[in-house]
Write a protein that binds this ligand. Structure first.
Ligand code: SF4
Length: 126
């Protein structure tokens, strides 16, 4: 009866390789431990995803003078999940000019997150 209580606080699917291990973040007293990973990369992924999840942001940006009015863009590095909405607002405020080449940096170091917003395709002028 004196066992300290342990409970699963988050289940994380590792996406580092196709095996897709299901990793559990378990609360034990004041600690969080991870179970279910089968390699070190999985543990690192689970720790990152639990403490500081990040995502690649994909969206569109407005273009003046372009063959199309919107251009698909993405961040070139994952950014903090909690900053995604703020980054989307920043992109929504921005208008870029054609012509644009895939990979062009359209917003450098967005929100100071050390990630650039880049073009996902070419876009010619109209
Ligand atoms: S824990 Fe290791 S083996 Fe499992 S999915 Fe992640 S990287 Fe692959």
């Amino acid at each position: 009866m004196s066992e300290s209580s342990a409970s699963v606080v988050k289940v994380i699917r590792c996406i580092v390789c196709p095996t897709g291990c299901q990793i559990q973040a378990i609360s034990k007293g004041s600690d969080i431990v991870f179970e279910g990973y089968t390699c070190k990369r999985g543990l690192e992924y689970a720790e990152q995803e639990y403490y500081e999840p990040k995502r690649i942001l994909t969206t569109t940006i407005r273009v003046e003078n372009g063959f199309l009015p919107l251009l698909p863009v993405r961040t070139d590095k994952p950014i903090l999940k909690e900053k995604l909405d703020e980054a989307l607002s920043e992109i929504a405020k921005t208008v870029v000019s054609a012509p644009i080449v895939m990979g062009d940096i359209l917003i450098e170091n967005i929100l100071g997150l050390e990630s650039n917003v880049i073009a996902s395709r070419n876009l010619t002028q109209k």
